[in-house]
Ligand binder design. Structure first.
Ligand SMILES: Cc1cc2nc3c(=O)[nH]c(=O)nc-3n(C[C@H](O)[C@H](O)[C@H](O)COP(=O)(O)OP(=O)(O)OC[C@H]3O[C@@H](n4cnc5c(N)ncnc54)[C@H](O)[C@@H]3O)c2cc1C
Length: 441
């Protein structure tokens, strides 16, 4: 029999783990695994706040695909459409014309993108917090703003530079806000011109609570901790506009801010709309608990698999109709189940439904501060922070990354964390073009 071709679209939490397992379990005569992703690495997103805060080197928060997926074929590019009826995906490689790739099975796992709203000024003035690029940009931005504030003699410019607004109080928003504030406060020891109380860190959250992943008392504890640090927490408040960096809130307040970060949730990746596979009202691929894509008649669409943030997967540990939430915890476990089910299908065996009771959440609120609720056990402060670190250290793929992250943390214990901005990385050609005269052609 000809080897089956498995096309994995997206090498994130699901894609990397699934491809790794498939390539280990299946013999070359059974299947070949092709992985397509525009990035040369998987990003371990739960480490983005620590990478932004300088506790982990950015390179150590990612896992290189070619190093980890040696038995797979890696295609650096983006899938732009899928015609499952023809078992064909169109791939736009990073260079050259688009090409069609045929497959027998597709594992369509491009994850999610920031869920934004049509708010005036948002597109021009805000940034998301989902990619390594965004996290490192934000780090450099915050540190650059300290320099602006320390140098200017204009109080309005200083106030604007020192105002940092985060919209959305889920774990991404809370961790990003808390880690960045902690880093900026740490950095201020080198800025005798500035005082911590001049910084204005604002969280804007539309509902009445933060961290919906944990019980309300843990969310309330988190708010208390942030208030103690003088953060400005606006619950039940929405961003109305931010034209030219002037933030207008639904509570009537308005102020200028140079840094606006959008962390108000995610939605399924828009590429799914350019496929002929069934989706739900929120644009996610509808899946059976076996992680096979399914239509309204609840029969598997042969050869189509999905999981993670872009998939609507029933949560069998809850009442009927409840879906698994978008989390790394589900993503990596679903990846293993998906790979095992695909192997079983190729070998003519039955697929097993995915079942995992959500264990809870761990969140870091800056160095030595955290909140955690795991299997009903609630931890606060240092123990929660320690649990956050040990949990994520155990989950990031490969020993290579674990050791590097551990070394980063250990070095920071003795040498303090690095708080220098490398903002020039964002405009690397500026100094060269300045000294190179233009030549008319
Ligand atoms: C800041 C932050 C902190 C988080 N912290 C936690 C946490 O503490 N605990 C937790 O459980 N979860 C956390 N999450 C959520 C978790 O990271 C996601 O739920 C998880 O990454 C989903 O995995 P995925 O494989 O579906 O998507 P991803 O991991 O996002 O992977 C998607 C992949 O698809 C690729 N891709 C996209 N489009 C295409 C295309 N057209 N063609 C080819 N490839 C494509 C992308 O480049 C990416 O590599 C956090 C998320 C963020 C942003």
């Amino acid at each position: 029999m000809k080897p089956q071709r498995i096309l994995v679209v997206g090498a994130g939490h699901v894609g990397l783990y699934a491809a790794l397992r498939l390539s280990r379990k299946l013999k070359a005569r059974e299947a070949e695994v092709i992985v397509v992703d525009p990035q040369p690495h998987m990003t371990y997103q739960p480490f983005l706040p620590e990478a932004a805060a300088g506790s982990i080197a950015p390179r150590h928060a990612v896992v290189p695909l070619r190093r980890e997926l040696r038995r797979c074929t890696i295609l650096a590019g983006e899938v732009t459409s899928v015609e499952h009826a023809r078992r064909t995906a169109t791939v736009q490689p990073i260079v050259g014309p688009p090409r069609e790739v045929e497959y027998d099975h597709i594992v369509l796992v491009p994850g999610s993108v920031s869920r934004t709203l049509p708010i005036a000024g948002l597109r021009e003035n805000a940034i998301g917090f989902k990619t390594l690029g965004e996290a490192i940009y934000l780090r450099n931005r915050v540190l650059d703003q300290l320099d602006v504030a320390a140098t200017t003699s204009d109080p309005a410019t200083r106030a604007r530079a020192l105002t940092f607004v985060f919209i959305g109080g889920g774990y991404a928003g809370i961790e990003a806000l808390a880690e960045m504030e902690d880093m900026a406060r740490d950095a201020l020891r080198y800025y005798p011109e500035l005082r911590p109380d001049q910084m204005h860190w604002v969280l804007v959250e539309a509902t009445q609570r933060v961290l919906p992943e944990v019980d309300p008392d843990m969310g309330a504890y988190t708010v208390q901790q942030l208030l103690k640090r003088n953060l400005d927490i606006r619950l039940g408040t929405r961003l109305e506009s931010c034209v030219d960096g002037v933030v207008k809130l639904s509570d009537g307040d308005s102020f200028a801010a140079d840094t606006i970060v959008w962390t108000a949730g995610v939605k399924a990746h828009p590429i799914l709309a350019r496929t002929d596979l069934p989706r739900d009202a929120k644009g996610r691929l509808t899946c059976l608990a076996t992680l096979q894509v399914t239509g309204p008649e609840e029969r598997p669409v042969e050869g189509a698999w999905s999981a993670g943030d872009c998939a609507a997967v029933p949560d069998l540990t809850k009442e009927p109709g409840v879906l698994c939430g978008p989390s790394a915890q589900h993503a990596v476990r679903q990846a293993a189940r998906l790979a095992d089910n695909l192997v079983a299908t190729i070998r003519g065996r039955a697929a097993t439904p995915y079942r995992h009771k959500y264990a809870g959440s761990v969140a870091s609120l800056g160095l030595h501060k955290g909140v955690a609720q795991v299997y009903g056990i609630k931890l606060r402060g240092l123990p929660a922070w320690f649990m956050h670190r040990t949990y994520h250290l155990s989950r990031i793929p490969s020993w290579n990354r674990r050791i590097r992250v551990l070394i980063d943390w250990s070095l920071a214990l003795f040498l303090r964390r690095e708080v220098v901005s490398l903002g020039e990385l964002h405009t690397p050609r500026e100094s060269f073009t300045e000294v190179t005269p233009p030549v008319a052609l």
